[in-house]
Design a protein around this ligand. Sequence first.
Ligand SMILES: Cc1cc2nc3c(=O)[nH]c(=O)nc-3n(C[C@H](O)[C@H](O)[C@H](O)COP(=O)(O)O)c2cc1C
Length: 223
Amino acid sequence: MSHLLHLDSSARSDSFSRRLGAAFVAAWHDAGGGEVTHRDLAADPVPPIREGWTRICDTLLGECITDIERYEEAVRTEEEREAWAVVRPLLDELVAADVVLIGAPMYNFGVPAALKAWIDQVTFPKMVLAPRKLVVVAGRGGAYGPGTPREPFDHHGRYLLDFFNGHYAVADGEVVAAELVNSLVDPALAGRRDQHVDSFADALHRAGELGGKLAGHRIPREG
Ligand SMILES: Cc1cc2nc3c(=O)[nH]c(=O)nc-3n(C[C@H](O)[C@H](O)[C@H](O)COP(=O)(O)O)c2cc1C
């Protein structure tokens, strides 16, 4: 059965990225997808990396290792053991997944600090995670789609795709975003509410479509 790792990172308990993630997961279950591991990085944050983490990382730098057991060889001091105790479960969850679903609000043109902390933690030297699939479900206050004036300010969806591609060779990720969320609260954007409603409806549809489609996605594994 396929395995989904689902991360949430919105500071809001009821949020657009969470609703889109829920639509993906509902469709995943409907289509017979397997186990879902859910981690709420906002409610249960992972700490920033510290010195012990960098020492393990520096020992292994340059190696391309997907066998997590091999990392243990670089863990020697108490400081490194403490760092490893945080990283190990995060890496296990990532490697166990066939599909990674990330709920990511846009904060300050980028990703929330809670999500960035997770990214830093799992950035061990190198792992090839292809052909796993990545889906980012997002809420954004403004509009950042192709051709919009704010497109160059997107250091959010673009960044997550680049990180998974550049670091893990996961090349075919997709960002599904509900845009113009601020039109619900910002009078200056009130005239664009219809656009937001359409954008959210399209995103909900696409999130469901992807959840159904990827429910059958399994990566080849040894043994
Ligand atoms: C701390 C913070 C920073 C934000 N920065 C931006 C931003 O740079 N650009 C933008 O379009 N919206 C920004 N927003 C609005 C959020 O992207 C919007 O509320 C979105 O719906 C958040 O996703 P969520 O509904 O999943 O929480 C920001 C919101 C917060 C709370």
